[in-house]
Unconditional design. Sequence first.
Length: 639
Amino acid sequence: MTVHVFGVRHHGPGSARSLRQALEALRPDVVLVEGPPDADEALALAAHEGMRPPVALLVYAPDEPRRAAYYPFAEFSPEWVAIRHALAAGVPVRFMDLPMAHQLGLALEAERQREGGGGMGDEQPSQATPPEAVHPPSPLPRPIRSDPLQAIAEAAGYAEGERWWDHMVEERRDAAGVFDAVLEVMTALREADAAADAAADAEAADPNAGAAGDDGGDEGDRYEARREAWMRQTIRRALRDGHERVAVVCGAWHAPALAEEGVRSRETKARDTELLAGLPKAKVQATWVPWSHGRLCRESGYGAGVASPGWYRHLWDVGHDRGSEVAITWLARVARLLREKDLDASPASVIESVRLAEALAALRGRAMPGLDELTEATRSVLLGGDATALALVRDKLIVGELLGEVPEDAPVVPLQAALAREQKRLRLPPEAGQRVLELDLRKPLDLDRSLLLHRLNVLGVPWGAGERARGKGTFKEVWRLQWQPEFALRVIEAAPWGNTVPDAAAGRARASADEAQDLPALCVLLDRILLADLPEATAHLLARLDAMAAVATDVAHLCDALPPLASVLRYGDVRGTDLEAVGRLVGGLVARVAAGLPAACASLDDAAAAAMFRRISGVHDAVALGQDADRAALWQGAL
């Protein structure tokens, strides 16, 4: 029985290509991948023909969906390659990281200790922002552990750790011996990190300071130690099950800790058992959600992200062993993008760009041009030295706008399934790139699209941002659409309000109306609900608004409420809004404003008088817009 550890870079195409070759040669009878064991049952869907990366496993607490974590995979992610290889070969594949059930349990326990609360059963739901990283960055400010690639890159004369890794691993043509080299480098770095720890502890002369990995050490140390302990325990279980060739795919930093010597050590086994004893546990569920290249980018806040997912996808598609074709096809894509934006990019310029990139690579002792050389050639030749358009190349190609797809039969909550059906019916597929959508509300399809977007906004899923339409009519709307992967989690959060988009939006609106504490907030909410055509929620909100307006003494607030309501009253028939109830509310507000206006206009300084004049003008326009003789007479009397 042998254990083969493959230390990789998350989302690295070179690591993925080398791993695929290594797995084909090894032919393991079990594959263990760094990831959440809570999602093992969802792994089979990775082989589904409808699964198109980038995608992510979403593991969340069903009672409080905001407690969640994403585990993204791209087509060029080594973990994805390992999973697909195992499923194609018909061998077991399992995740081996510390389960999210325990990670969330530890988080709850830490909160309880900070707050001085009671047991797990007394814990109140938290609204903390969910982590997005597969591997949350260590809170320890150690120079090596915080960024091991940067440490080794500086020693090798590189300015950035990612560039060093790209040149040495991701862009290399020969995969032979790469994993042995990674293991050797990471072993040396971990030894240096441990030595720095020991020196720091000795200098501090703290008798209570524990070594990294001890149960009494720093919380960040214990977290990483528990993760690696669970991984070793998973490897031991695979060996006990009789597997002869165990393939372990993990982040490069963890590779030395999972080597076979440590796994079989009795001392290490005893320490692992002690570290994992009595871990708290929370209930979790897992599902697949679409992801995007933009969210794979480390600038998005994703802890294990990379700087150039679009470039990595290009390397994966073309192949490292095809030499200059990588540069030629990349610069051809750049030229095509520039021409689409009406910028000059001739075939001759592409040829000169390729030559410059290859010359730069040769001067720097590289076998083939990398992203740095290609970017410099783009700026110098295709852009004539102007770096302004480089932002376009970065957004569209280097990062990219690819959005993944998940099979329709993936496990989802009912609201997710209902939203997917609506998107399909209305021909509004979610897209990673921005898209401007112009709607004519006189057309049934466009009206239904508008209602969906407004209802999602009520649910806190801002897929579309409304923009001002040209012209004076109210039958046109302009939306700027851009789907964000985290919207999937927001839909799950909204699931308790209802199983369909209208029901969930109505439930959320009623709750928001009950929580509103002042008239302006209710008026803003009413405008959103009316646009979303939620009759039950509208009736509930109108009743609350009427009750609050009856006791309101702030005429300014009453004035602010009238213009949007009058606009709906005048043009609401475009979307079929119930105008009778709105008309009654407008009439009541006009009467209250008219009664309180004289007192509200007394004893004002210049600034307050100017503000009140603007409000009076707004009410005047609103009354005129309503075309009601009784209201107009009442308002004229007040003036």
